[in-house]
Design a protein around this ligand. Structure first.
Ligand SMILES: [Zn+2]
Ligand SMILES: [Zn+2]
Length: 221
C-alpha cells in the first residue's frame, strides 16, 4: 500500500515500445514497486501504443499512471503528459498547441543536453512550454542541468526531475514527490508547482545499452 500523502512519481519512462528501451510493459508495475515509486508517466518515443496495457496494469496494482509521449519534432524532443493521443510532430508550435488542447502539459526534456540527445537547446526561448526537466538522470554534461534550472526559474516554468529510464535499473533514479493520490492530483500539484524533486545520475553505460538495444531491434525486425 502506497503512502497516501507523499507519492514518488517518475515522469519520463520508456517501455519496450521505444526501440531503445528494454522495459516490458507487463513487468512495469512490479518494477515500479521494486524501485519504491508510486507511479510513472509512460513517455515512449513517438507512440502511445503501450498506454492501454500500462494503465490497466498499474491501476490494478494501485499505482498512479500518467499517459504521455516523447515526440521527435524537427527542433528536438518534446514530452506531452496527461494526454490521450500522440500530438502532431511536424512543427513544434503545432505540437505544443495540441498538447494544450488535450488538457495536458508540455515539457522540454533534457533541454540543454545536446551531446547525445535531440534537445531543443536555446531554441526553447522561442516557444511557450509549461515546464522543463531541470534534472535528467541521463544528462551527460552536468552543467546543462544547471543551465536548465536557471532558465526554468527565469521563465517561471514547472521544473521537474526525471530518470528518462530505458532500462529497469534506471527507474526512479530521479522523481518528483508530492501530496497526491490520483493522476489528476499529480497534474494539479505540477501546475501549482507544489512538489519536490530528487535526482541522481545514471552511469554513462546506460547510453551504450540503449544504442545497442536499438541496433539489435532494428536488425531483428
Ligand atoms: Zn529525449
Ligand atoms: Zn526519453
Amino acid at each position: 500500500m502506497r503512502n497516501p500523502l507523499r507519492v514518488k512519481i517518475d515522469l519520463h519512462v520508456h517501455s519496450f515500445y521505444s526501440l531503445d528501451s528494454s522495459i516490458p510493459v507487463k513487468r512495469l508495475a512490479k518494477l515500479i514497486k521494486l524501485k519504491n515509486l508510486d507511479g510513472i508517466a509512460l513517455t515512449d518515443h513517438d507512440t502511445m501504443r503501450g498506454v492501454p496495457q500500462a494503465k490497466e496494469l498499474l491501476e490494478k496494482a494501485h499505482l498512479i499512471f500518467i499517459p504521455g509521449v516523447e515526440i521527435s519534432t524537427p527542433l528536438g524532443h518534446v514530452v506531452g503528459l496527461f494526454i490521450s493521443e500522440v500530438p502532431p510532430q511536424k512543427t513544434l508550435p503545432d505540437a505544443l498547441d495540441n498538447i494544450k488542447s488535450q488538457g495536458g502539459i508540455s515539457i522540454a526534456p533534457h533541454p540543454f543536453d545536446t551531446s547525445l540527445r535531440k534537445s531543443l537547446g536555446k531554441k526553447i526561448f522561442n516557444f511557450k512550454f509549461d515546464g522543463m526537466e531541470i534534472f535528467s538522470s541521463r544528462c551527460i554534461l552536468r552543467k546543462s542541468d544547471l543551465l536548465a534550472k536557471q532558465v526554468c526559474k527565469d521563465l517561471d516554468l514547472i521544473g521537474i526531475a526525471t530518470s528518462d529510464a530505458h532500462s529497469w535499473t534506471e527507474l526512479g533514479n530521479s522523481y518528483v514527490e508530492m501530496d497526491a493520490q490520483t493522476s489528476d492530483e499529480v497534474l494539479l500539484c505540477l501546475r501549482r508547482k507544489k512538489f519536490l524533486i530528487y535526482g541522481s545520475y545514471s552511469p554513462l553505460r546506460v547510453h551504450l545499452r540503449s544504442h545497442f538495444s536499438k541496433f539489435l531491434r532494428l536488425v531483428k525486425f
